[in-house]
Design a protein around this ligand. Sequence first.
Ligand code: DGL
Length: 264
Amino acid sequence: MDADAPLLLFDSGVGGLSVLAQVRAVVPAAPVIYAADNAGLPYGTKTEAEIAARVAGLLGRMTERFRPRLVCIACNTASTIALGMVRDVLAVPVVGTVPAIKPAAGLTRSGFIGLLGTAATIRQHYVDRLEAEFAGDKHLLRAAAPELVAAAEAKLRGAEVDPAVFTRAAAALRDQPGGERIDTVVLACTHFPLVEPELAAAFGPGVRFVHGAAGIARRIAALTGGQPMQRRKPDLALFTRDGAELAQLAPALQRHGLLETGIL
Ligand code: DGL
């Protein structure tokens, strides 16, 4: 294992930065490449076949080129659709991001859990299986909140976001039968923790939010424990398409320790 072999974190956009923040906290010495498939963003409105093809293709190319020590699919949409397939084809450990239904089931008092994700994520059997296994005696209400992906991207570019976006996301859960009893909301998209304060304001008091980033970071720390780690060059943010947004995102990327930007 080369000491400068990176952790490769992958998402459709900046959502995976919510995972990177937790990863930095537990393995600060690990060199990182953060890859965003901004040419494919958003994944949540694409078909399973499109998402699987993009994710497997890009991760295959990047793994060959950058020889990461571990790949983290820091995206619920990509993980719930393509995790098994990617694990089958890559020779490095692959850590996925799956909706935090298990911890939410342990925390809810009312027994009513909300789940906000992309349209693609909330229809996956993977989510049905998590619900059956961990929340079979609870009520899990699901809603797609595609507007939150664009809102998180805009926030990290430093742009204004219309607060109505968050009100609509909360209403999509609250307006379902039993929705007023929700006390725990699973943020099942890595973009959503980036707008958690805005969501908290829209839901009002008495709701807690749960997501998987800290658990993923612990898993990565466990899998890389004892490995030599040395950062010999600045950590890199890679994108699949160039454009004005890259300069707008630079301050947010730098706050996450990604000091260089490149195009794949
Ligand atoms: N960040 C991604 C997720 O965790 C999806 C955002 C998108 O591309 O729609 O699901």
